[in-house]
Design a protein. Structure first.
Length: 169
């Protein structure tokens, strides 16, 4: 989805990773949790922290900082898990992402959002919907469906299936 496809005001949940502020469409957010016990799943990528039990469902938890090449999340009183829905090829996957802190829900008009900057050939821009402007600050608006590719979601599905089998045994 490009900036040109954003034609009306949209609500975004803003959150911090390090010193940067990111945002995702509120419609994809299920809930925000305090950090609870995360069960590590062997042989998964570093950014996959493990799984949590969310009212009887196994939900994988990612460290988006690691996915973005940043240092791992240092847990604090503000650290939380944003539970969201990711859609790939018509399939919806529920997953959690660690955030250093949740900021606020923002209403951004189309004229407050600019395309992602072109900074060299190695920068992946496919997961950035645009750059929102709010209170003289830029907010990186993420396309959460593009951050985790099909192979990521396959690893997640295998980990969840394995964990559900372990719980059933």
């Amino acid at each position: 989805m490009s900036v040109s496809s954003i034609t009306e005001a949209t609500q975004y949940l803003s959150f911090k990773l390090g010193e940067e502020i990111f945002a995702i469409n509120v419609a994809q957010v299920r809930e925000i949790l305090d950090v609870i016990a995360i069960t590590k799943v062997p042989q998964t990528p570093d950014y996959m922290q493990g799984v949590i039990n969310l009212r009887g469902s196994v939900v994988p938890v990612m460290d988006m900082r690691l996915k973005f090449g940043m240092p791992a999340t240092q847990r604090s009183v503000n650290t939380c898990i944003i539970v969201m829905e990711v859609t790939q090829d018509g399939e919806t996957t529920v997953l959690g992402s660690l955030a250093d802190s949740v900021q606020e829900v923002l209403d951004l008009e189309p004229d407050q959002i600019e395309p992602a900057p072109r900074i060299g050939a190695n920068l992946r821009r496919d997961f950035i919907k645009g750059m929102g402007k709010h209170d003289d600050r830029f907010i990186i608006i993420l396309d959460i469906d593009q951050i985790f590719n099909n192979s990521d979601l396959e690893v997640i599905a295998e980990a969840v299936a394995g964990e559900e089998q372990d719980e059933a045994a």
